[in-house]
Ligand binder design. Structure first.
Ligand SMILES: Nc1ncnc2c1ncn2[C@@H]1O[C@H](COP(=O)(O)OP(=O)(O)OP(=O)(O)O)[C@@H](O)[C@H]1O
Ligand SMILES: [Mg+2]
Ligand SMILES: [Zn+2]
Length: 190
């Protein structure tokens, strides 16, 4: 079996042919081992050969949710959001209002909308049906208090920044010290 490097490789085959076993029980742990880490479990295989010196790291990505709740997103998960909150706290209006980075978090009781506790929606329990979620009327789904949303960076408020796609965020944050470099191709993929 050959796995080329520097390209996206897809393992295909009929159900039950052993794709999951090959990737999860052999390739992933064998690569960890070649990187000097201790895999939890390692299936039986004869050998792993090739340009292993080019492999600097290995990550298993599966379909498990990345956070416990709806409060996690790619920005919070990668910690990029910490830097974005710092950036918003440094804006003149934020300084004038004594906002700290915590005010730009929807997880703490400072800047978040308290009607929905930063969820942007309200859960309505339906007696015999699945719960229904309604957009929070106080913040219109924006998750923050009005005073916090008035702080803009490059004409966007914190809620709009959270709505950016990764491609949009790359352009938006390109020239920001500490943030821009995180989005450069080499640091994302290297
Ligand atoms: N090389 C192998 N030799 C013997 N049995 C194997 C081998 N690889 C996998 N199996 C067994 O075959 C079964 C199916 O394997 P696996 O779940 O990896 O298939 P899959 O291709 O991922 O299937 P699916 O497409 O349904 O997810 C499992 O019981 C697994 O233990
Ligand atoms: Mg499978
Ligand atoms: Zn709200």
């Amino acid at each position: 079996m050959r796995f080329p490097l520097d390209v996206l490789t897809v393992v295909t085959g009929v159900s039950g042919s052993g794709k999951s076993t090959l990737v999860k029980e052999i390739l992933y742990p064998a690569l960890l081992k070649s990187l000097g880490q201790k895999p939890e479990a390692l299936g039986e295989y004869e050998s792993l050969e090739g340009s292993l010196r080019y492999v600097k790291g290995v990550e298993m990505v599966d379909q498990n949710p990345i956070g416990r709740s709806t409060r996690s997103n790619p920005a919070t998960f990668t910690k990029v959001y910490d830097l974005i909150r710092d950036l918003f706290a440094q804006q003149p209006l934020a300084r004038q209002r004594n906002f700290t980075p915590a005010h730009f978090s929807f997880n703490v009781e400072k800047g978040r909308c308290e009607t929905c506790q930063g969820e942007g929606k309200i859960r309505v329990e339906m007696q015999f049906m699945a719960d229904v979620f309604l957009t929070c009327e106080t913040c219109q789904g924006k998750r923050f208090k009005k005073e916090v949303l008035e702080v803009n960076f490059q004409e966007k408020d914190i809620a709009e920044v959270l709505e950016l796609t990764i491609d949009e965020a790359i352009v938006f944050l390109e020239h920001i010290p500490r943030l821009g470099p995180l989005f450069s191709p080499c640091s994302m993929w290297g």
